[in-house]
Design a protein around this ligand. Structure first.
Ligand SMILES: [Zn+2]
Length: 57
């Protein structure tokens, strides 16, 4: 899997459940790609912030 695919799936995972193949693909990619690990962290933080924002308004 390439970074482009991995980051796409990571951001999609905030919106929908990934299937088994996608999950395994992303997990494997994250094991050797620190760039995408950072991206995932960032995505999760953003999605938490957005949820908090939605709840407070
Ligand atoms: Zn990557």
């Amino acid at each position: 899997m390439k970074c482009l695919q991995a980051t796409k799936l990571i951001s999609e995972s905030q919106e929908r459940k990934l299937n088994f193949t996608e999950k395994v693909g992303v997990k494997t990619h994250l094991m050797f790609c620190p760039h995408c690990r950072n991206f995932k962290l960032h995505c999760e933080q953003m999605s938490k912030l957005m949820k908090n924002f939605a709840n407070n308004s």
